[in-house]
Each structure stands twice: as C-alpha cells, then as structure tokens.
Design a protein around this ligand. Structure first.
Ligand code: SF4
Length: 274
C-alpha cells in the first residue's frame, strides 16, 4: 500500500466510531496526529495488523527521511553560524538588529542569530526552516519580476514536477475541494492577498513563504462534469533566488500547513471523507 499522502487517507482506514480509546477525541483528530507524527497508527486498538503492517514500513522510511532532513538542517545551521549575518541581511533585504536577521515568512517574523538559532512567531516547520536557511545563505536578492510560471518551467523543475504535483498540488486541491474557507483563511492567517483571477482560475491568492519568493495558488472549481484543479505558480525569478529543492520544500511545507489548518478547523465529515 502506498504511503498516505494526507490525513484524510489515514482517516479512511479508521473505524470512525470516535470511541476515544487512542486518547484523541475523534478519529479525525487521531488521523491528524498520525499524519503529523504525534501518534502511531497502532495506537488505535480497532485496527487489525494487516492494516497497520504496510504503514510500519512507511514509518521506518519516514524516520530515515526525517533523520536525513535533520542532518541537512544542522549542516545549514552550522553554515549560517559562519557567515556575516549583517551582510546577508543587506543582500536579501532583511532586517538586522540585536544579533538577529529577521524576515517575514507568511507574514510572520522569522529570525536567526549568529549561532544559527531560529526564532519565529509561528511553529517552525522543518520544511520551511531548510528553505529559510538556504535563502539566507544563497539568495541573490533579486526582486520578483511580476511574471508567473509553473514549477515545471523553473530550472530543473521539469523532472521534479511529477513529485511536486503529488506532494504539493494534489493534497492542496483535496483540501480546497472540501474546506471552503481555505482561501479566506490563507488571506487572514498567512497574510495572503487575493488577486485578480489569473489563468482563468476561479480564485487566485498570492502568498509570501519568503519575502522575494511569492507563490500564487490558483483554484478552478469543478464545473460541467470537469474535476476541480489547483496549481501553484512562482515568480519567474524564483530559481535565481532559491535552489529548486528549496522551492519544492516550500510547496510541500505549505501543503502540510493547509492540511493542518483544515483539520484544526474541521470540516463536515459527510462531505469530506465519504
Ligand atoms: S481508538 Fe481508533 S476508532 Fe477510537 S477514536 Fe481513536 S482512532 Fe477512532
């Protein structure tokens, strides 16, 4: 069985009795906790071994992936600790005061000090911390051009696009299909800005996961038997400021944040999961 792409897939495996034996108030909350790594699937006593077994292998490979990611983060942190932060702030247009470089991530302050330690007004998601370090270390500070391109049009984006679609665009579309307040929440919670409809989409919202890396989420509602669709667009200068791996990581991090947001605010089960 393939690895669950999102919390909804985990939810579909569950008994949906909301019996609370796992310590969570609902099966939906349990699914969210498993997806974010706070609980393990075998903590639901209603699941049989056959259902759990394929996911144990997944959790081993997920652990290996997490270890690799943590090592990369540590390496980036060490490198940040060796650079001149004040000069880096000047290069990328960030603030520098009291030994901290500060910039906005989704409208919230995100800082790093000269030891490489991070400070943020929001939960520090590892998928965002990596690109943040990369941006501080390597961004050239180019201003966005105002022209939007898809991920596959960025350099080295073509080969990675199938995975980007699977990890970012598909889970985001699933959330957008069911969580109707998503785009309003993106505007209010993540300081997004709704812009004139682009590419004939029904809704377009621009977010700033990093100051000079704007990202536009475009959503097309289902219509006349056609499925809905969702695509992300980046400024065409994005790959001049940030490595394609970090741009991928930002998309994956955002997809996870969308899912958490949707789970936290809950959605009507009947519409969402059946
Ligand atoms: S123990 Fe299983 S069935 Fe009961 S609430 Fe938790 S996840 Fe749902």
């Amino acid at each position: 069985m393939p690895s669950p792409k999102n919390a909804m897939e985990i939810y579909q495996l569950l008994d949906k009795s909301n019996c609370r034996e796992c310590g969570e108030k609902t099966c939906l909350a349990f699914a969210g906790a498993v997806f974010t790594g706070q609980k393990k699937l075998d903590q639901c006593p209603k699941l049989d071994r056959e259902t759990i077994a394929p996911f144990s292998k997944d959790s081993e490979s997920r652990k290996a992936l997490e270890q690799e990611r943590d090592e990369t983060l540590q390496m980036l942190q060490d490198r940040v600790a060796r650079i001149d932060l004040a000069a880096a702030a000047k290069r990328i247009g960030a603030d520098f005061a009291g030994d901290r470089l500060t910039l906005k991530v989704l409208g919230k302050n995100f800082s790093v000090d000269s030891r490489g330690k991070l400070y943020a007004d929001i939960h520090i998601n590892a998928w965002v911390a990596g690109p943040f370090f990369d941006y501080v270390l390597n961004a050239k500070g180019f201003q966005p051009s105002g022209s939007w391109v898809s991920f596959r049009e960025l350099s080295d984006g073509k080969e990675r696009y199938p995975l980007f679609q699977k990890r970012c665009e598909e889970p985001m579309k699933k959330v957008a299909d069911t969580y109707t307040d998503l785009f309003d929440d993106l505007v209010h919670i993540f300081s997004g800005r709704q812009v004139a409809k682009q590419f004939e989409s029904d809704i377009s919202v621009v977010l700033h996961p990093l100051p000079r890396i704007p990202l536009m989420v475009c959503y097309w509602k289902p219509e006349d038997g056609l499925e809905s669709s969702l695509n992300l667009f980046f400024d065409k200068m994005a790959d001049d400021n940030l490595d394609i791996g970090s741009i991928f990581s930002l998309g994956a991090g955002l997809a996870q944040m969308f899912e958490k947001l949707a789970l936290r605010h809950g959605f009507p089960e009947a519409q969402t999961f059946r």
